[in-house]
Design a protein around this ligand. Structure first.
Ligand code: ACM
Ligand code: ZN
Length: 768
């Protein structure tokens, strides 16, 4: 150890004593660099560190060969004219000016080998990064990288020029992850390596690699070559073959690259559901024997691994053995989510298994299945992770539950003594539109469920953001992930009491030039624009509001010409609007589509007999008469979703009105278990007790091939009817039919609008 570092260590100990009494604090004697995640403690000091000349001295422990390579690479690309002189604890010699000193400190109490904290000081004499662990030194370097990358590139051609400061830092959560779905869309190895670097820059330490699913098997398995000969390929949208897979060498390279960056790669091999790519390769592993194709649509499919067939377990254990050999991760993720039980309940072998083990239903069989795999992984010294659904039918000790359908899975798991990783759809699903899961929403995430007993908080390992890629190929991943992952990184590293959204957003914006420099094509912080619709005397007034200062809005109402938006629009009858946010000439938001129809029922109040469910429940008191039609995207906030049960919509008009036509707007989206109602009945009651109502009904007659459809049920009596009370009963079709992937499970009915045209409405024929 050089004299220099010894002296510094004394200074460090003294400063530690001084800092101890102070908690989270940033003093701005210098303009503080924008560091994400925010360090636990940062204080800027007057003065700067300059290295003049082109030599940068770096002292680091001899064991840190990986770090040494990364520092060389970083300095070469960011301070290209500088030369690095490395020394280690063995090196004798003279100090040649300031440098970067990595120091291994003796561990303090509570700093075991998993400790990830570090301290960083920038002084006129040099940069000093200290930690008892390699991970800590590495994270200190990541902070330094962010500081260097925020200095002007022109100023660093010949060396370092940094503000003096002190940082003391450590994370609150052990598990700081990102899932990337490489099955639905294949991502190239180079792209994965780039993401490993970006994760490391934000001190994330888990890469959850979703390698198998219905739409593609992406990992070479020597014993079962058909998995990648057949299962890795499907027909693309353009009719060409789409796909790809990672060879064992690719995987070894990714795993080693990640390990050097203190990231554990956790592989996910899905079972018993989301397995069609495997079943297309080996149909004998299913309940029916197939044949199957690797699907080209998204959703949940009813064909899953047969739980009654012993060969399935031979296969899965063989596969897992090859996976285990490639991945040193102590954890292996086996999915376990979204496995319809229809096939099992209609399969002789599965039924025999249930009888033999006295399992009462498909859920109990799922639990038995997961139990077999849990035991197998334990025999190989690995821990099983599964999604919420592995709690179905009984939870096995020692597994880790990844909670995605909200926080309930985490609460249930920890109460049963299992650890949990939390990644709820509400905050952590980055495949959802930015307009729904905004930067601020992600920043409000706390992986510890609010309702969890404080005595169990320690069982929450941390969280993940999940990037599912049904609708996202490699080219658009950056704009879905950034800047939201910065919020996730901070939520998982920085203590809740130290979080402050306005201050965070300022730091995010300070980091944009750095991200641009790194080639990150970041997206928006919010949806880009808000569309507000108001009923006014003349019709519907549409106001569009940009959600960031630097955005403008353009729109079109049918032609190919997109017009800059300057003032509110007025809808007098019907209109289809498309609008998007722009920076300069580049569209940066999704395209929002709104279809308006100013029918006579717009603004009328109604009563619902059933609460809409899921997240399809925005403005339930007004959505059905707001004059805005839903789009094909059932997440657009314009639909109300009703699960399992029938729903009635009742109107009691102030005045009797003479109705010419009623249209009930519905949708079918088979892959999402959304069906047209089985039947709709409308009862039009006139004023007065003794006058007869007019009753009409319609059943759905669409063939099952109608996968996606928007459909209005139209009721037009022979002649106009005087109506005071209008009752509309909408029947749920019951269970998903046998031909459907979700066969036997309940279904959704979706409604967007109830259009009512009075007899005097000459526009009464307006239809989509
Ligand atoms: C999941 O999103 N099905 C885990
Ligand atoms: Zn079976």
């Amino acid at each position: 150890m050089g004299i220099h570092t010894m002296a510094w260590k004394l200074g460090f100990l003294l400063s530690f004593l001084i800092f101890q009494s102070e908690s989270l604090k940033v003093t701005a004697q210098n303009n503080p660099p924008a560091i994400i995640p925010a360090p636990v403690y940062m204080e800027t000091q007057p003065g700067e560190l300059f290295t003049t000349g082109i030599d940068i001295l770096v002292e680091l422990p001899a064991r840190e060969q990986g770090l040494k390579r990364m520092i060389s690479g970083f300095i070469l690309s960011e301070i290209p004219e500088a030369a690095v002189n490395f020394i280690d604890e063995q090196s004798e010699g003279v100090m040649r000016g300031p440098g970067i000193f990595f120091i291994t400190t003796p561990p303090q109490k509570g700093q075991d080998e998993g400790y990830e904290g570090y301290e960083l000081q920038i002084k006129p004499e040099g940069v000093f990064i200290s930690s008892p662990t390699s991970a800590g030194l590495f994270y200190g370097f990541q902070t330094l990288k962010q500081i260097i990358l925020q200095t002007e590139k022109e100023n660093r051609t010949a060396g370092l020029n940094l503000p003096c400061l002190t940082i003391k830092d450590h994370p609150v959560f052990l598990w700081r992850g990102m899932l990337l779905d490489c099955s639905r869309h294949f991502m190239e190895k180079e792209f994965i390596l780039r993401y490993i670097d970006l994760l490391a820059l934000y001190k994330m330490n888990r890469f959850h690699w979703h390698l198998t699913d219905d739409q593609g098997w992406r990992i070479q398995i020597d014993k079962y070559p058909e998995l990648t000969k057949v299962g890795a390929w499907r027909k693309g949208d353009d009719g060409l073959i789409y796909g790809g897979f990672y060879t064992k060498d690719d995987i070894r390279e990714v795993v080693a690259y990640a390990a050097e960056r203190h990231i554990v790669v956790v592989p996910e091999i899905e079972m018993p559901g989301h397995a069609l790519a495997a079943l297309a390769s080996y149909p004998g592993l299913s309940c029916t024997g197939g044949p199957f194709e690797v699907p080209t649509t998204w959703g949940v499919f009813k064909d899953i691994y047969c739980a009654g067939n012993d060969s399935v377990f031979v296969f899965l254990k063989d596969v897992l053995d090859e996976v285990i050999e490639l991945f040193p991760s102590p954890w292996i993720h086996i999915g376990g989510d979204e496995s319809p039980k229809y096939r099992w309940e209609n399969c002789d072998r599965c039924k025999s298994r249930m009888e033999a083990y006295r399992l009462k239903d498909g859920h109990a069989l799922q639990s038995w299945f997961i139990g077999e795999i849990t035991k197998f992984l334990a025999s190989r010294n690995r821990i099983l992770i599964g999604w919420d659904e592995i709690t179905e039918g009984g939870l096995h000790p020692g597994v880790v539950v990844q909670s995605w359908q909200g926080f309930e899975g985490a609460i249930h798991a920890t109460e049963k003594g299992c650890q949990s990783i939390v990644s709820p759809t509400s905050h952590a699903y980055f495949d959802y539109p930015i307009s729904k899961t905004t930067l601020e929403k992600v920043y409000s995430f706390n992986p510890v469920p609010a309702k969890l007993d404080p005595a169990l908080h320690y069982m929450i390992l941390g969280g993940e953001c999940n990037i599912w890629t049904e609708r996202a190929s490699q080219e658009v991943i950056d704009q879905k992930v950034f800047p939201r992952i910065l919020a996730m990184a901070e939520v998982l590293w920085t203590a809740p009491e130290a979080r402050d959204f306005p201050a965070f957003r300022k730091r995010v914006r300070s980091q944009y030039p750095m991200l641009t420099g790194l080639g990150v094509e970041y997206g928006l912080e919010e949806g880009g624009l808000k569309i507000v619709t108001e009923k006014v005397a003349e019709g519907l007034q549409i106001t569009m509001i940009p959600e960031q200062d630097n955005l403008t809005i353009r729109y079109t109402t049918g032609s190919d010409v997109w017009i800059p938006y300057t003032a509110p629009l007025l809808v007098r009858d019907s209109l289809t609007l498309q609008a998007a946010a722009y920076i300069g000439n580049n569209r940066v938001s999704e395209i929002y589509t709104r279809r308006y129809n100013l029918h006579n029922g717009v603004g009328l109040p109604y009563h619902l007999s059933l609460k809409p469910g899921g997240t399809y429940n925005k403005n339930p008191q007004t959505t059905l008469t707001d004059g805005i039609r839903g789009t094909q995207d059932f997440h657009d906030g314009l639909w109300l979703g009703f699960w399992e049960k029938n729903v009635a919509v009742d109107f009691n008009f102030q005045e009797e009105r003479e109705i010419q036509e009623i249209r009930v707007g519905c949708m079918q989206s088979n892959p999402s278990w959304i069906f047209l109602p089985a039947e709709i009945e409308i009862v039009m009651k006139p004023k007065g007790l003794f006058r007869k109502p007019v009753i009409m009904s319609a059943v759905s007659s669409l063939p099952k091939e109608s996968v996606y459809i928007l459909h209005d049920f139209t009721f037009r009596p022979d002649k106009p009817v005087k109506v005071k009370k209008l009752e509309i009963r909408i029947d749920n079709p019951g269970k998903c039919p046998p031909w459907h992937p979700g066969a036997g499970s309940p279904t959704w009915v979706f409604l967007d609008e109830i259009e009512i045209d009075n007899v005097d409405n000459l526009q009464g024929q307006r239809m989509r």
